[in-house]
Design a binder for this molecule. Structure first.
Ligand SMILES: Cc1cc2nc3c(=O)[nH]c(=O)nc-3n(C[C@H](O)[C@H](O)[C@H](O)COP(=O)(O)OP(=O)(O)OC[C@H]3O[C@@H](n4cnc5c(N)ncnc54)[C@H](O)[C@@H]3O)c2cc1C
Length: 446
């Protein structure tokens, strides 16, 4: 199946998630056993919904290819992973207030407390990296004021280390398992309605199976390909291009997809997702890495030609094949990477029609010359390079003015810094571009 045909199924995942939540509520109401107070019954239903939502959350981070298909990419599945977890945790509050369990074995209630405290702590942990977007602006000064206290500084250092953050976050499945066991032992409606017990077991069991798969099997994983670093080139300020040559069977991918690149360093193997900027028809694979954090800032010193590398994937559903016959591609900074692959593979993978590529950079535009030279032999593509330090920001109005096309015909693909894309996205929607014709690639999963 091609990436384009898969993209039409991108609404299936969200619809299934909402459908499952509604179906569970309907089933519980239909199969409600007699003799249980309404408040307590609703409380237990909400507990079951929490297990359902957290189980869906575990399914969504399994990185299995069909999950991507239903959510239009791992990045979108990660957004739904966060959404279901947040709603599940919110439902836990009325569950605790309304449920009147206590009919199970003596360990059931303490297990419920352990699960709740553990999950609540992990929710705080998982939102710490994005606390600025969660806490209202008025609270920022308080957080910044306490930021220099030794325990907060330590916490902040730990959260900043992505691997540490992820290792802690991954224990969530253990607390879901404890919560699941608590519900199974303490769920009073189960005695009078076996169908509720067995659906609960199926739902929680499925989530936990996916968790075990993710933790024990997925990492040993399918789709690992051996490569060797051939070249490490500085292509701009803080931008390093790494060229990898295959050592065996090469990775098969589509333009715009990404892979997890495993590279050896003094601290052991490091795994980071990077978009493949090469054309799939080239023998070598190329990635361009921006110096952003702990590892990427040192990558040009750490990685040398001749070093082994492993690619796992490919992942992602960012493809122009799902767009209309007039497309706008918006690249902000290092967000140019998927478009590099699209441009480098125009001969083999042509877009459905006309394209306007906007490449927005602060000052230096390392790939401008190459993009323009490709466009010279592809008249259907027009490249617009914007240096924001000189030309000002790219806004929806400026973009639509230079494209000058019927808005209802346009589809927009974008990749770049979050604030820039958010602003553009809402401007484009206000200007009448339907939201389902705006496709965005996220470079951040947490
Ligand atoms: C689908 C996708 C495609 C990407 N493509 C590119 C690209 O083509 N070029 C490019 O320069 N960057 C790309 N990135 C971003 C790149 O993965 C991060 O900048 C890099 O992992 C940061 O690592 P660090 O140790 O330097 O930074 P850190 O300071 O450790 O982390 C900075 C942020 O990067 C993310 N991150 C860090 N490590 C990982 C990891 N192992 N797995 C997932 N996320 C992580 C976290 O959100 C973290 O908050 C992409 C990210 C994603 C999700």
């Amino acid at each position: 199946m091609s990436l384009s045909s898969r993209s039409t199924s991108r609404f299936v995942g969200p619809i299934v998630v909402v459908g499952l939540v509604i179906a569970m509520a309907v089933l519980w109401l239909l199969a409600r056993p007699s003799g249980q107070a309404t408040g307590s019954f609703v409380g237990q239903l909400l507990g079951a919904e929490t297990i359902l939502l957290l189980s869906i959350g575990l399914v969504l981070i399994s990185t299995l290819p069909w999950i991507e298909t239903w959510f239009d990419g791992i990045d979108h599945a990660a957004i739904w992973h966060r959404r279901v977890a947040i709603v599940g945790m919110l439902l836990l509050i009325p569950h605790i207030l309304m449920s009147n369990g206590g009919g199970g074995p003596s360990w059931a209630s303490p297990a419920g407390v352990v699960a709740t405290v553990g999950l609540a702590a992990l929710v705080v942990w998982s939102i710490l990296p994005r606390w600025r977007s969660v806490i209202p602006a008025a609270g920022h000064r308080f957080i910044l004021a306490i930021h220099d206290l030794p325990p907060i500084r330590l916490l902040s250092r730990l959260v900043d280390e992505y691997e540490v953050w992820r290792a802690v976050h991954r224990t969530t499945g253990l607390f879901v398992a404890i919560g699941f066991a608590h519900g199974l032992a303490d769920g009073t409606p189960f005695a009078g309605a076996p169908v509720l017990r067995w659906t609960y077991v199926a739902v929680g069991g499925t989530g936990l199976c996916f968790y075990v798969y993710r933790e024990l099997l997925a990492r040993r994983g399918h789709g690992l390909r051996d490569y060797q670093v051939r070249e490490v080139n500085t292509v701009g300020e803080g931008l390093t291009e790494i060229v990898l040559g295959p050592l065996g069977r090469p990775l098969v991918y589509s333009p715009g997809q990404f892979a997890v690149l495993h590279l050896e360093s003094k601290q052991g193997w490091q795994r980071h997702p990077f978009t493949l900027t090469s054309s799939p028809d080239e023998a070598d694979v190329r990635v361009t890495v921006k110096a952003l954090g702990n590892y990427t800032s040192r990558i040009s010193d750490l990685v040398q030609p001749g070093m082994p590398a492993v690619l796992s994937g490919p992942h992602g559903r960012f493809t122009h094949a799902k767009g209309t016959s007039h497309q706008v591609w918006v690249a902000g900074g290092v967000g140019v990477t998927p478009f590099l692959s699209w441009m480098r593979s125009l001969d083999e993978h042509p877009p459905p029609g006309r394209v306007d590529l906007f490449y927005s950079v602060t000052d230096e535009a390392p790939y401008a010359a190459e993009l323009r030279s490709i466009a010279e032999t592809h008249p259907e593509v027009t490249v617009h390079v914007l240096r924001t330090s000189v030309d000002g920001r790219l806004t929806a109005e400026r973009l639509l003015e230079s494209v000058g096309a019927d808005r209802s015909e346009l589809s927009v693909f974008m990749c770049g810094p979050g604030p820039m894309l958010q602003q553009l996205q809402s401007g484009l929607r206000d200007a009448g571009i339907p939201p389902w014709r705006i496709y965005r690639e996220y470079f951040d999963w947490r």
